[in-house]
Write a protein that binds this ligand. Structure first.
Ligand code: DGY
Length: 319
């Protein structure tokens, strides 16, 4: 008998058909709605594997309910939606999708940095709303990117890819990280910094660390106060790393200059969230890895990982 797999969101047919060669598949058929909790619990009662999205909480309740479960294949590089300790205790393998999304997410991070600095969204709206009367010396002036100082919090794959882009813009790049990366420092000409100095000296600060409870609200009131008045904060990692109330206060009082946010403490963020009302913030709906090619690669890797485990082989990218 083929092993059973539940997929928590509609994936492209060719990918599902590939999984079907070795597994029996059930899938939540919606693209824009997460699977409701009760449906997830019901559908995963007797499965061997789950393909999950970052919007699904896969915790002890799911594991207790799903007695045959052997593998959870998450279609994301981040896996903070999965209780890894509970999975490990039960011998359940968890896989993610590193590497395939690195460059695409770095592109989006840099795009957000540039659009926040140069007020791209605001300028486009200004024109569309018919406000443009004439060219004017100080109209919609923003901040320079070239030659400025970038502080990257986290020097993993995406941090390195962002640093590479920044060097192309002649930026001075500093990073803070749990461990120093001398080979990257040498390769890219970037420097290690304490967190405090990074916050104090950077014109742009990009958050690129994985989320776990230890880094909850790593950027709060004190850290925002340490930043320059001209600083721009970019978060394409996870919303919980930034204290949104403190960020709102800092942006409103202009104690920092602007922010570009692709992620929020609660997603989807409500359209009446105070941060969305500020002119000095650009907000995106968690699209860091959202290019057609990359999302297909992520889906393929997710499918490959689950079929490998369920046919008795080693997954390509276990957590
Ligand atoms: C991930 O894979 O963790 C990203 O946040 C998805 O874009």
């Amino acid at each position: 008998m083929k092993p059973k797999v539940y997929i928590t969101r509609k994936l492209p047919d060719p990918i599902v058909n590939k999984i079907k060669l070795s597994c029996h598949v059930n899938m939540w058929e919606e693209e824009d709605i997460s699977v409701p909790r009760d449906v997830l619990l019901n559908e995963t009662k007797d499965v061997d594997g789950i393909i999950s999205m970052l919007t699904d909480t896969i915790d002890a309740e799911v594991f207790d309910n799903s007695r045959n479960l052997k593998v959870v294949s998450n279609m994301a590089v981040g896996y903070n939606n999965i209780d890894i300790e509970e999975a490990t205790d039960r011998g359940i393998i968890v896989t993610n999708t590193p590497d395939v999304l690195t460059e695409t997410t770095a592109d989006l991070t840099f795009a957000l940095l540039m659009s926040t600095a140069r007020r791209i969204v605001e300028a486009s709206e200004y024109l569309k709303e018919g406000k443009w009367k004439t060219w004017s010396p100080m109209l919609l002036t923003g901040r320079d990117i070239y030659g400025s100082t970038l502080g990257i919090i986290g020097m993993g794959r995406i941090g390195k890819a962002v640093a590479k882009r920044a060097k192309g813009f002649d930026m001075n790049v500093f990073y803070s990280n749990r461990s120093r990366k001398p080979e990257i420092e040498k390769e890219l000409g970037i420097s290690y910094s304490t967190m405090e100095d990074l916050l104090k000296n950077s014109d742009f600060i990009c958050i690129l660390i994985p989320y776990n409870p230890e880094v909850h609200h790593l950027i709060g009131e004190k850290e925002l106060e340490t930043m320059k008045e001209s600083a721009i904060l970019i978060n394409t990692a996870r919303g919980g790393i930034v204290d949104e109330r403190a960020l709102y206060k800092a942006l409103r009082s202009h104690s920092i200059w602007g922010a570009g946010l692709d992620v929020f403490e609660e997603e989807p963020v409500s359209s009446d969230h105070p941060l969305l009302s500020l002119p000095n913030v650009i907000t995106l709906p968690h699209i860091g890895s959202a290019s057609e090619k990359t999302r297909l690669k992520m889906a393929e890797l997710t499918a490959e990982n689950i079929t490998l485990v369920l046919t008795g082989k080693k997954p390509l990218t276990p957590v």
